[in-house]
Design a binder for this molecule. Structure first.
Ligand code: AMP
Ligand code: GLY
Length: 451
């Protein structure tokens, strides 16, 4: 089988790493990929946001399955285009991708279907938004409706901050059309957790929950980033809680989308806040998370490809999930991904800094290095992005995985490297060491190992 992975970050490196281990995958391509992905796949110089060129490539090379990493091509209708050309693809159609592409759509959809989320109002008039803000008790959350490269959400501690966000988005047009309409919502308190449901449009297979670390600095301080690390499974969502998320959130979304004529096939990512009133949806994404995927995939069994095939569309289409198949497996594995970032990130940073110790780190037991922003210059691997590497380790307990990941982190060196020392600490504090070691909590797949 020939498989193409679309994208160029740490998530896509993890996807190619996982797929390359499946003996059915004879040829693996990544478009455009990165310096690390070349270990697992042939990188082809086709941009991730050029659906036509990707379809031409897939058709020309006889690709059997295309797996889409980032959201931009999904919103641009890559799944529709592939389906029209008879090409099989994992990722939702444009009309379903709107769950991520428009926060107003997502909030109104949740209201229509009784899915728990923060109370909100949507505005396209700056004056009306200002009036509403005047009647709200801070803190409040202001969100640009459309995609804003992860910068469209402001959790405002006071009215001035919220008013500034409204002005920047709605009047000054900082995010262009994406910010002309906004959502203002209540601020929720609790721990955040990411849950992925892989769906054929009808049934949902829930994967082990992950926790991301969005803040730059330890103790969740400092500016928001694309994610400084993740671990899986997150013990804060135990088996009954995960069932509740499936029944009250993921399945109603998939049902509701089908009933509204927007069938959703692919992976639905629910960003949840675990509040005193139960899990509430902060956001939906229509793709795998980054860096969650780097921690998730080492915890999955060896039929990940089957899951993608069952839930793909276009071409021969997927056969769908077997009935009663509601859980991805956790064969007793825990994984942690620590992101190494460039100095200055998420602001401006230098590129082209040589990275040392990669080979040595890869030799450590349980450690895998996923590349996010690297390039090769003069035969050396150098930095080329804000998030550079995801040093990942898997083991039989969370504590062992954390220890192994940080042994990897301490082996890799580049000037100005920034990372958090407390990735997965919340998970460790939640449960005593080893108490989450369950071989059959997620049933259905065979176990896998991480080299
Ligand atoms: P989003 O892109 O909607 O997930 O928002 C990005 C981040 O903003 C989330 O990961 C949360 O940390 C925070 N956030 C979003 N909505 C809320 C909310 N209603 N209450 C508190 N924090 C929020
Ligand atoms: N981890 C956050 C995201 O993928 O959007």
């Amino acid at each position: 089988m020939k498989v193409l992975v679309v994208g160029s970050g740490g998530r896509e490196h993890a996807l190619t790493w996982k797929l390359a281990r499946d003996p059915r995958v004879r040829q693996l391509f990544a478009a455009p990929g990165n310096a690390g992905i070349t270990e697992a796949a042939s990188c082809v110089p086709v941009a991730a946001d050029d659906p036509e060129a990707l379809a031409d490539f897939a058709a020309g090379r006889g690709v059997d399955l295309t797996v889409v990493g980032p959201e931009t091509p999904l919103m641009a209708g890559i799944a529709d285009l592939f389906a029209a050309r008879g090409l099989r693809i994992f990722g939702p159609a444009r009309e379903a991708a709107v769950l991520e592409g428009s926060k107003i759509f997502a909030k109104e959809f949740m209201a229509r279907h009784g899915i728990p989320t923060a109370p909100f109002r949507a505005f396209d008039s700056h004056n009306e938004a200002q009036d509403y803000l005047g009647r709200m008790e801070p803190p409040v959350v202001v969100k640009a409706d459309g995609l804003a490269a992860g910068k469209g959400v402001v959790v405002a501690r006071d009215r001035e901050e919220a008013a500034f966000a409204l002005r920047t988005m709605m009047v000054e047009g900082a995010f262009g059309e994406a910010g002309r309409r906004v959502v203002i919502e209540d601020c929720l308190e609790g721990q955040e957790v990411s849950v992925f449901g892989v769906t054929d449009g009808e049934r949902v297979c829930v994967l082990p929950p992950c926790q991301d670390h969005k803040a730059l600095l330890e103790g969740d301080q400092g500016p928001n980033t694309g994610g400084m690390g993740a671990y899986c499974p997150a013990p804060i969502l135990d088996e009954p809680a995960l069932d509740a998320v499936r029944e009250k959130i993921l399945e109603p979304v998939v049902d509701g989308m089908a009933r509204e004529g927007r069938p959703f096939r692919g992976v639905l990512y629910a960003g949840l806040m675990l509040t005193a009133q139960g899990p509430m949806v902060l956001e939906f994404n229509v793709r795998f998370g980054d860096p969650e995927t780097q921690a998730l995939l080492p915890c999955l069994g060896d039929d990940f490809l089957d899951l993608l095939l069952a839930c793909s569309g276009g071409g021969d289409g997927g056969d769908g999930l077997p009935s009663g198949f509601t859980r991805g497996e956790n064969p007793g594995r825990h994984a942690v991904c620590v992101v190494l970032a460039s100095e200055g990130y998420p602001g401006p940073y230098r590129k082209g800094i040589p990275i040392d110790g990669l080979e040595e780190a890869r030799g450590l037991p349980g450690v895998t290095i996923f590349h996010a922003g690297t390039a090769v210059a003069d035969g050396r691997v150098v930095t080329s992005g804000g998030r550079v590497l995801g040093v990942t380790a898997a083991a039989g307990s969370l504590a062992e995985a954390v220890a192994a990941a940080y042994r990897g982190v301490d082996t890799v060196r580049f000037t100005g490297v920034c990372f958090r020392r407390d990735i997965a600490r919340k998970g460790l504090e939640h449960l005593p060491v080893n108490s989450f070691r369950s071989g059959n909590l997620w049933k259905g797949f065979k176990p896998d190992t991480l080299e």
